[in-house]
Design a protein around this ligand. Sequence first.
Ligand code: HXC
Length: 519
Amino acid sequence: MLIEQKIQELLDKRALARLGGGEKGIAKQHEKGKYTARERIAMLLDEGSFEEFDMFLTHRTTDFGLEKQVYLGDGVVTGYGTIDGRLVYVYSQDFTVLGGSLSETMSKKICKVMDQAMKVGAPIIGINDSGGARIQEGSRSLAGFAEIFQRNINASGVVPQISAIFGPCAGGAVYSPALTDFILMTEQNSYMFLTGPKVVKTVTGEDVSVDQLGGALVHNEKSGVSQFMAKTEEEGLQLIRDLISYLPQNNLEEAPRIECNDPIDRKEDSLNAIIPDNPNKPYDMKHIIHAIVDNGEFLEVAKDFAKNLIVGFARFDGKPVGIVANNPAFLAGVLDINSSRKGARFVRFCDAFNIPIVTLVDVPGFLPGTVQEYGGVITHGAKMLFAYGEATVPKVTITIRKSYGGSHLVMGCKQLRADINYAWPTAEIAVMGPSGAVEILNGKEIAGIENAEEKTEFIAKKEKEYRDKFANPYDSAKYGYIDDVIEPRNTRFRVIRALQALETKKDTNPPKKHCNIPL
Ligand code: HXC
């Protein structure tokens, strides 16, 4: 064969591989409003940066007529490329090939990029669009999943792992995304469930649609399985690019600093007036976050789940931080089961990847009641406590308003190794709020007062006494639990200085195999 013919053969094979399951399948994918595996990679990565592996790999199954359905590259496109010039590894399941169902061959391809990403220390991004284990391959496809899961587990806390769900993700297949750091779903065509609607109907008699069972809304609002929801695939892929910009390549590196054009000493006068005079009146904590971070840019994580706690990434002086903040605009900012799960996972992610944590506190306590207690709020709250206590990254805490009882301890208190703790003059740091305290401390006296007016007057007097003593930052500052009381408008500057001072912080945990976080 002449060299020209050999080159032509290569080009023909490449062209065939790029067609995946064929033009019909591609047209079907487009009809559903979905992109192909390769189109998605092209949108995710910097233009022209993609280097593909294993384009000529095929499955080896001869059962059920599969020997007649052989496609170059099988049902997944794998390789590496860059996002804003930084290396990432990627795999993208191709639904046009046997519904993207996972074969032994596909598993090998995915494991190859995961192994290499671990060796070089680069993030792994998986795009899921698959009918699950390839049924015709039996236990080989199951084993293929397990090989991927093991790598997800090994990579956890070593390189960032991000999963996009752009189609079905069913059965055991859900567990690979679930083992990664972040899941992103699209509003349409994206669903995750362990058992589909038909099985649900048979077993429980429940009638549910695919979307009701495991659509993007369900997993972003109710279950918390997914942390990001995008209107379109384009928007989703851009979101992943944004997310990557806040993360280091691996656990041995720092997150990348970018040039900061927002003055670090910018004073934000509006903050001096943001806290309502009435301590029971809500305000939106997001105003404070946007006001203090670089250029008001904040990438919120899990924004539709447990809205009483805000978590996400921002920058101070160009350097990424993780922000954890109670939001009094939802459930008065209380902590509960879901917000504790959300917060703990986020804090642990930041700690694993050397991202400093800035905590903004306005929390009246834990949500009381049987629903919470029966649901194990003790264990879930302990997760958050544990996450803060084990985190060795720089931790800066600003108490904005309320910080009561157990929830005060959970939200980055000094004794759980926060490094710098500031409070606004509006802070109230105590064992509990004035009305609860008076009820307990003066209950008998209150019960003894028969005249209703006198009773109200007595309660108001006692509450004032308590408020004057404890509903301020100075009792804590007196003991050094608060390092300084700061003027709200100076918050940005003070946080930046604190983070600068902590940049070389070194802290460790005692040697152990691993901790036993209350799961
Ligand atoms: C082999 C599969 C397949 C699978 C889909 N296909 N899923 N082939 N194994 N798991 C094939 C179809 O036969 C079809 O082939 C093509 O992919 C497209 O599928 P359609 O059904 O035509 O597409 P659509 O109508 O969009 O429906 C998509 C779907 C449906 C909802 C995903 O295909 C489906 O329900 N698949 C099975 C889902 C499932 O139960 N998976 C769990 C498997 S068990 P042709 O040739 O007709 O185009 C599992 C356990 C893993 O995953 C455990 C790991 C621990």
